[in-house]
Design a protein around this ligand. Sequence first.
Ligand SMILES: *[C@@H]1O[C@H](CO)[C@@H](O)[C@H](O)[C@H]1NC(C)=O
Length: 278
Amino acid sequence: MNLLGIVALSILAVGDANGDWEAGLKAEDLAIRRWRKGMRNSCVRLNEGAKCIKIGKPCPPGTEGCCDKFSCWKRNTRCCCLKPETTANPTTVPTTAEPTLEPTTVLRSDCHVVYDFEDQDLSTWNLTGDAFNNQPTYGDNPHAREEGRHSNHQGDYWIGTFENRPGPNYPAGGMQGEGPQGTMTSPSFLLYAKYLKFLIGGGCVEVYTPVHAQLLIDGRVVLEETPKSCVDKMTEKTWNIATYLGKNAQFRLIDKSSAFWGHINFDNLRQCQRMLIG
Ligand SMILES: *[C@@H]1O[C@H](CO)[C@@H](O)[C@H](O)[C@H]1NC(C)=O
């Protein structure tokens, strides 16, 4: 899945009869900027009667936790929406209950995938050169070539510029080798979390190989990782991106090497630990 809809930036404005108002920018469920006069801690989307309450406290009578994209601006709060009018029409009652999500709890927890390549779609990326032509690659291809070797990828698909196995119907162990070089740059996405995590491998410290993973803001490299493990096995790298919260960024992979170990392995780019501003 790409981006999880996080590029959907929306402008919200809520006013009331007292002339108080609240306006803000939201990306998905995240409030990234907020301005308000008078209004206190209201649920973001206009939902008459909705209330923000502390996480952990029960919803007031007549309300229930909203399992939609309602969220409060304030930290550690969640929205309680007015209960829908109960109609006596049994045909509208769903037979299986939808799983109930507590949006603000979910948002704060864990990691959201930015790119894990499982959709095999690089069409929105800017590819240069030919290193990324046969990507993403399928399965533990290094293992297919050599016992004891592993890619440690997540899911089925990952990026490996030595590999040439774009799917299960291609020969296992297929490779394009170290020759091809190129770059692969993502569309811009909003940084909303404290950490950016990813799996990275390839490169080699003994023979410096110019392969890099980069984070770009306004086209400038602000963070860079140069894998130099001399193994295909990817390991997790964590960047603290709190400084860049609310900014749009791009991710870039670079393979500018045809030398021994001159390839990059990459997978599972995630944003972890959502943060709110304002
Ligand atoms: C694609 O990426 C290359 C290398 O980073 C860059 O020079 C080029 O301007 C980019 N093209 C577009 C359309 O963004």
